[in-house]
Write a protein that binds this ligand. Sequence first.
Ligand SMILES: NC(=O)c1ccc[n+]([C@@H]2O[C@H](COP(=O)([O-])OP(=O)(O)OC[C@H]3O[C@@H](n4cnc5c(N)ncnc54)[C@H](O)[C@@H]3O)[C@@H](O)[C@H]2O)c1
Ligand SMILES: O=P(O)(O)OC[C@H](O)CO
Length: 326
Amino acid sequence: MKIGVIGGGAWGTALAQVAAAGGDPVLLWALEPDVVEAVNTARENPVYLAGVPLSPAIRATTRLADLQGCEALLVVTPAQHVRKILSGIDASGVPLVLCAKGIEAGSRKLVSEVAEEVQPDAAIAVISGPTFAHEVAKGLPTAVTLACADEALGASLASRLARPNFRPYASTDVIGSEIGGAVKNVLAIACGVVEGRGLGLNARSALIARGFAEMTRFGLAKGARVETLSGLSGLGDLVLTCSSTQSRNFSLGKGLGEGRGAAELMADRRTIAEGAFTAPVLQEAARATGVDMPVVDAVCALLDGSASADTIVSALLARPLRPEGR
Ligand SMILES: NC(=O)c1ccc[n+]([C@@H]2O[C@H](COP(=O)([O-])OP(=O)(O)OC[C@H]3O[C@@H](n4cnc5c(N)ncnc54)[C@H](O)[C@@H]3O)[C@@H](O)[C@H]2O)c1
Ligand SMILES: O=P(O)(O)OC[C@H](O)CO
């Protein structure tokens, strides 16, 4: 199965490395000509995945048309760009494996819903889970959820991508695996705030657990399965992303907690903190579904500058006492 990867950021490059590990050719589409040039000549992506020597089986291109002939396409651009990129390719009959974590602004659609709209004839799968790109690209042990409604296709994609240190676990819950990845990015911003304000490890664990309760309420309301939310793509990724400044979302939250503004923090980076884009649309979606997500509301208020971190923390702590199961 010849694999094409759309998106030459950290995650697209790491997944290209996984797909090329057996020596099979992989075509990587990147937006930036300097990334393409460096991958093809220096065998490195110095912009997004510096310091990781890449497989010679990876060839990069800036031309989407070159992806014609690939037998599966991994879609790894940030969530807000997926619609435009998928509109520019002919993917009839080619499985699309969606790897971005987010919800589209405006439409409030998950990436799979966007893909189904733009490429109605393509089979859809999702890869999601606790995966820092640098660790995956270096071959450190990693497990992911690979969700596909078509179990046979899911199994064939899993066997093509599996490596001794990269284990896809099969699921048919596409929506559930996407919701975990999208929601955890927003919750990781909140955990970064806890770190930035020096509120301690008890507070961070409480936030992870109460954040997981929000993810579960929202996920179940949207039709996700509880075992998906408590699996690799939900709880697994939530714990990873809420635990380390390696996470762009966590480090954005840490900066907010230290008193810096969202605009200043976002202007500093070329890499993506998806949670900042997902937070307001997740808040809209939760309100439209009648789901209470106080941590997500708090992140939105911090990002839009309508409240300070201290005010938000005090408001969260002053919420009425309630049974844990609600
Ligand atoms: N980095 C990780 O560890 C990791 C792991 C799992 C999932 N993800 C998800 O993968 C997706 C991509 O993240 P990343 O970390 O590879 O990105 P990145 O931060 O490393 O790089 C940014 C990417 O955005 C692309 N981009 C910028 N403007 C664009 C445009 N107009 N059209 C198309 N692409 C554009 C750039 O070309 C680049 O590929 C995100 O949804 C992220 O949440 C990332
Ligand atoms: O750096 P982050 O916060 O985008 O997280 C990367 C991955 O999604 C972790 O699974």
